[in-house]
Unconditional design. Sequence first.
Length: 197
Amino acid sequence: MRAELDVVYGPDMSERTGPGRSLPPGAASPDAAGSDPAVRDADAILARAMRDEAAALEARERYRDREIEPMAPDAPIAALLVPGEDVLAERRSVLLDRREPPLGGTRCSCCHGLAGDLYVTSTRLVLVGQTVLEYDFDSISDMVVSAERLLLSMCDGSGITLDVDRPNLLRVEVGAARARGAARTGASGAGPAHDQR
């Protein structure tokens, strides 16, 4: 019976990596790694995602013990900050795509494909490029990472896609910034602080 199956199905599947060998997740077989650009690209994407997730886990632990620290603002964002507002994180070369809810049955794609530098401040997200866009944290209802993008659901029904380096870490940084603001608001007597990470 085994001989008949070998004729139909060919050699054992284990011959792809060699008998008794297994590869860790994201590792390409030695034969495929050098020859197929798609495999190399997939491995590079997986390696970036694994580094991003590791950085996000480390940041989550760090921000549980202490709040996110402000950083020195560079010139483009410094001019846009209001008194008392801090820059907490930044990403260079971000692509933002905003989708509005349907108006009268048609879909408006305002702010489609805008590029710039993204800043996480103590109260909002700010994209600085040819156009400046800002989104208060209170206008963001949910954040989800999908592939190498951070998807934001807005309270008004619109959605924002941020094609950004290290989206998992950015999600944690935004959550830490929101928690920092809530803790400071709670400390001033405006209400309880909620960790939104």
